[in-house]
Each structure stands twice: as C-alpha cells, then as structure tokens.
Design a protein around this ligand. Structure first.
Ligand code: UDP
Ligand code: MG
Length: 136
C-alpha cells in the first residue's frame, strides 16, 4: 500500500484547523499511520525543502514554517500520494478550487507569502525521502 508524508503547517495549527484537516483524511478513508506535533528546526526545513533553498522566496518559507508548531504525519492508502495532492489543491490559495483544503481554508495574502495550510509529498521518491527524514 502506498504511503505519503503530510504537514499541517503553522497557519493550520494556529487557526485550529488540525481537526478539520484530519477529518477529511478520515472521511476519505485513508489510514493515518503516524501523527505527531513538532517544532521545526531550520536544519530540518533546509533538508525537507532542499530543492527550494536557493530560491529568492526561501527566507519567507523559513519564517512561515518556523512561526509555530506543525503537525506531521504519514497517510497510507491506494494512490494516496496523488489523492492527497488533489485534496490539498493548488499551491497558491487563490488558484485552489473550493472543495480542496487550500481552497476552503486559505486565501491569497497581500504580502506575497504563500501560506497554504498543508504540505504533501509530490512523488513516490519524495514520499520515501520525506518519511525517512521526518520519522527516521
Ligand atoms: N512557496 C512560497 N512562494 C512561492 C512558492 C512556494 O512561499 O513562490 C511556499 C509555499 O508554502 C509552498 C512551499 O513553498 O507550499 C513549497 O513549494 P512547492 O512549489 O513545492 O508547492 P507545494 O508542493 O507545497 O504545492
Ligand atoms: Mg512541493
């Protein structure tokens, strides 16, 4: 059975959306294999977003993702990597369709930062890498 890694980002935790996000996982029928609240270190973030550390907006990601605790977890189920990405919706909340987590729970910000409630692995390779990174 396929597995994927997810994060409920600091805005999701701060806005008391943990239960709303987890409820969607449960209603959809995916198995919650791991679930844990964590503080995120800069070092962990650099490894998680290794492909983004050189981007001009990376400092914004750092301040966003270290602004408070996150909830991390592993989901298990058939085609769960792709399905979770669909459930999350588009990266930019202004492009995310209603019915998706980002489309229902987030909106575009004026200052250009992209706060979008959740993360999900984007491929089999990144799921394996991210699960190993966060859960050893
Ligand atoms: N991000 C940002 N500005 C951008 C692009 C991305 O702040 O121009 C942040 C945003 O929180 C996003 C994360 O960096 O979720 C990772 O970007 P990616 O392109 O991997 O999007 P995702 O896979 O999360 O949809
Ligand atoms: Mg990504």
């Amino acid at each position: 059975m396929e597995k994927t890694f997810f994060i409920i980002k600091p805005d999701g935790v701060r806005r008391s959306l943990i239960g709303h996000v987890i409820a969607r996982v449960e209603i959809r029928g995916f198995t919650l294999e791991k679930l844990e609240m964590r503080d995120v270190s800069r070092e962990m973030l650099d490894r998680h977003y290794a492909d983004l550390v050189d981007k001009p907006f990376y400092p914004e990601i750092v301040s966003y993702m270290t602004s408070g605790p996150v909830v991390i977890g592993v989901l298990k189920g058939s085609d769960v990597i792709h399905s979770w990405r669909k459930m999350m919706g588009a990266t930019n909340p202004s492009d995310a369709l209603p019915g998706t987590i980002r489309g229902d729970f987030a909106h575009a910000s004026d200052d250009g930062s992209v706060e979008n409630i959740v993360h999900g692995s984007d491929s089999t390779e990144s799921a394996a890498r991210e699960i190993a990174l966060w859960f050893n």
